[in-house]
Write a protein of this length. Sequence first.
Length: 338
Amino acid sequence: MEEKTITYENLKKLCSELLVSDYDVVSAGKNGYKKLTAENDLSLISESKPSKVSFKEFVFPKAEPILYYKKSQNDVELIDIKVEPKPTVILGAKPCDIRSINILRKIFNWDYKDEFFNKRADNIILVGMMCNYSDQFCFCTSVNLSPVSTDGSDIFLVPLGENIFSLKIITSKGESFIKKFEKYLSAGAPDKAKAVEEKVNIPDKVFDAEKVREWIKNNFENKYWEDIGKMCLGCAQCAFVCPVCHCFDIVDEDYNYSEGRRMKNWDGCQFSVFTEHASGHNPRDNQSKRYRQRISHKFKYYPDKFNDILCTGCGRCSRGCPVTIDIKEIVTEINNFN
């Protein structure tokens, strides 16, 4: 792993060059990730709280057409959509967000390779940054991450001071990208970076994911699901802010009698209609069953299928829950049942 240094001023110059070179540059603000329009929009603060939403929509949009159609008297013409995303740099994302793309790749390439997701993901350079923030909702260390994890990053930044960063080149993709901007880099300072990383506040590991998985396996009908499910409003705030929730619906929208489009829209397993059949039957007919599905999917079903956890420990779902449901507390309680 090659290591360089870059000043904040040179990072802004790099952004400026990208913006005039037909790149999208995306960075986190208070409420979410947004495309920068100028170099001075860049703000990299490792002590900042995670934004209210992740950058998921840049690889998996909230709503997107997957085909258009035209109906005639005897036929339907289908018009495919070409996905041609601009090259994009996600700059300064926390490890709990960066990890999300590798998790999502598994589901979007399982039994069908989703061209829409893959083309966007393949056109993104992920520049992660060490996280120096922790509150009662953070639990990245319990899901095999840490504030200094480079997992998923192409390039990783470690703040060495107010205006300088260590720049670690993690992947060949990151190496190919940064070669074009070597004029902005200086010699590395690995000892300084290591010293900074060693001082980071690492959240305590509060549960063992394997113990949680085993308990879920043997307690599908446990009364505990009823107790926590009664609190849930079914608003799906948790799913929409989550970096790795990926449920979607597909609907046909007619423009008029002869034309329309087929849309892929975000959905959530906490909605009461999510599993409702056309017959009216609903196998998850109350909120307790729906909340059981949320926890079970993240900590058992997904790990069973992909040997990975469908959670990055960012805590967004808990910070934003209108009835203060805390996934960290719930999973820790499950852990302690064993």
